[in-house]
Design a protein around this ligand. Structure first.
Ligand SMILES: [Mg+2]
Length: 259
């Protein structure tokens, strides 16, 4: 995919820049979806016509309680699985089989809006890295993610490593009621790394809508806007407590502060 990014840098107008980013992103999604459609042409019967349910061979989406929930709506599942089929993650640190998977958001989860570290950030990552493969997934451009991680010395830390980063190009729009909402479907990771699924993965974010396609794996935390905050040490305790469990699928992460 070739994208001309020149207009973004020559524009001094913030409003135009935002418009440009929106346009750039929609072109990325359109490109991904077109690829998915092309791929899908070869898959009729093997994919599209498969019955939807928790025991399907393909995909590890959470059990469906109601067809009205976004993660149970057939076209959302198809959209995510089609993208998962062509989505490629470039890993820069190997995933360790004995560790669970921890997917972390960046903005307002690990850092504030002004890029200040959430208190105890490095201790949190060092501690959780003992039990979890770390993945960072931000709804932001990859160059910005890398720039922030480098600035905060998270990029090549000697005490913890991120297996890979995911950016806005991997965020998917799914239908929720009459609207489309952005979310971070873990299926995109699970498809490429089949040792991980709902039983051993957790995603932490300050926005619950990012869990629309895997609500059971999501843990929502308070937004960090600066100042004193002890969320990460509390979270580290919870993650350590559940790390030894065989199956996360039965946990209710909404209760994480009471455990
Ligand atoms: Mg966020």
């Amino acid at each position: 995919m070739s994208i001309n990014i020149k207009p973004f840098f020559v524009s001094a107008n913030v409003h135009n820049s935002h418009n440009y980013i929106r346009d750039l992103r929609s072109r990325c999604f359109a490109d991904q979806e077109n690829k998915a459609k092309e791929t899908n042409l070869d898959l009729v019967g093997g994919f599209v016509l498969e019955p939807i349910g928790p025991n399907r061979k393909m995909g590890k989406l959470a059990n469906c309680k109601s067809e009205s929930e976004p993660h149970c709506v057939s076209k959302n599942i198809m959209k995510v699985q089609n993208l998962a089929r062509i989505h490629r993650i470039e890993s820069h640190h190997p995933m360790e089989n004995e560790k669970k998977l921890l997917v972390l958001d960046l903005d307002l989860t690990l850092i504030s809006g002004s890029h200040k570290e959430r208190p105890f950030l490095h201790q949190f990552l060092t501690h959780t890295y003992q039990h979890y493969n770390l993945v960072l997934w931000s709804d932001s451009m990859m160059y910005r993610i890398r720039r922030i991680l480098k600035k905060l010395k998270m990029h090549r830390h000697e005490d913890y490593k991120f297996s890979f980063y995911m950016c806005c190009n991997s965020v998917v729009y799914v239908q929720k009621g009459r609207r489309e909402k952005k979310c971070k479907p873990l299926e995109l990771i699970w498809r490429q790394f089949p040792a991980w699924g709902p039983h051993n993965s957790i995603i932490i974010d300050d926005m619950a809508r990012n869990f629309l396609m895997n609500p059971q794996s999501g843990l929502e935390i308070e937004k960090f806007r600066g100042g004193e905050d002890d969320t990460l040490p509390q979270l580290a305790k919870y993650l350590e407590k559940i790390a030894g469990m065989d199956n996360f699928s039965t946990l209710n992460h909404n209760e994480w502060q009471n455990v």
